[in-house]
Design a protein around this ligand. Structure first.
Ligand code: XMP
Length: 326
């Protein structure tokens, strides 16, 4: 498939100057191809879809319609940041869909990991397709496909949420970064003026916190997980580790243990801390978090997060463990 082979003329984008040249060329091509027609994009807030959005906003402005689906499994502050950056600062046409209840209702009582993933994936496509049908005159669908997606699969973001849309939507695909590697997408994103915490964001799975709220997801456990994750990320940022550690997050398993709070016995969840380094996620080593930082995170989680009485630190490499818990 020659149209899926990186052109030899495309130099590795390693500098702001090379990124600028790529951006200018893409804007020209996108304008010529799309004209005054409309393009739809599922904007997750991840680096790939964000860079595609920023490029298309420069090329076609309001004719790009971004749809941000909040499936209720996003991290604390994520939907707010997407709205702030794209709607408020870049002036994008952004449809924000708060579908949290819908997803969590479908997931209630489901504990099998692959069934959870399937429900999240299917529901995402349904919500997105429903929004697409409400919009008039859309002819193109933009996607943040990058070169490794093409090399590893059949050219779509196979393990991401947008696996495939119903055929009746029948859009032509626009994939402006499909020949770029991740590091090049980041250089382009930086040059487009996207914030650092978006450009250098750690990988975040499509099913989001859903695979870290082990077993059947409940709203109270999910909320505790979201708060604990926010504390871990905040403290990593303060310690200067943001962007330096491949992935760091919290997990809440599906069991409780005893504890003691204000002289009374408790029966609450543990929070597991996970921080790993990797090159391509096929293998990972653990980040050696200094004890001082571990204690700070522990103290904050134990005092600020409701329903938690224990903090554990996972020291398992991949293999034998995987990075995620499900
Ligand atoms: P594991 O847990 O298999 O994860 O060591 C390897 C990498 O893949 C990410 N991951 C996912 N990404 N949808 C995604 O988009 C998923 O269902 C999914 N599961 C795992 C994980 O965060 C890690 O970077």
């Amino acid at each position: 498939m020659s149209e899926n082979k990186r052109p030899e003329s495309l130099k590795r984008i390693t500098t702001p100057e090379l990124a600028r040249a790529f951006i200018d060329e893409q804007i020209g091509e996108l304008k010529a191809r799309i004209g005054d027609k409309k393009v739809l994009l599922a904007l997750s807030g991840g680096v790939d879809s964000s860079v595609v959005a920023a490029l298309l906003i420069k090329a076609i402005g309001k004719n790009l319609v971004c749809v941000h689906v909040n499936h209720g499994l996003l991290r604390k502050g994520e939907p707010e940041q997407v709205i702030k950056v794209f709607r408020d600062e870049l002036g994008a046409t952004l449809v924000y869909v708060d579908a949290a209840d819908r997803f969590l209702d479908k997931l209630a009582g489901v504990s099998d990991p692959e069934t959870k993933r399937k429900i999240i994936g299917k529901e995402f496509i349904d919500v997105f397709a429903e929004e697409a049908k409400k919009l008039e005159g859309i002819e193109f669908l933009a996607q943040g496909t990058i070169y490794p997606d093409i090399l590893e699969s059949d050219g779509v973001k196979a393990h991401h949420n947008v696996g495939g849309l119903p055929a009746e939507l029948n859009f032509e695909l626009v994939e402006p970064v499909k020949f770029l590697y991740k590091d090049e997408v980041r250089v382009v994103g930086k040059e487009l003026g996207l914030p650092d915490n978006m450009v250098y964001r750690q990988p975040f799975p499509g099913p989001g916190l859903g695979v870290r709220c082990v077993g059947a997801i409940t709203r109270d456990r999910l909320e505790a997980l979201r708060e604990a994750d926010a504390i871990l990320r905040e403290e990593f940022a303060v310690a200067g580790l943001e962007g330096k550690v491949w992935q760091y997050f919290t997990v809440i398993p599906d069991f409780k243990s005893t504890g003691i709070k204000d002289g009374k016995r408790t029966f609450e969840w543990p929070v597991i801390l996970r921080a790993v380094n990797s090159v391509d996620a096929t293998a990972a080593t653990i980040e050696e978090i200094p004890y001082e930082l571990l204690y700070k995170i522990r103290d904050r989680i134990l005092s600020e997060v409701k329903g938690v009485n224990r903090v554990l630190y996972d020291i398992s490499p991949k293999p034998v463990a995987t990075i995620e818990y499900e």
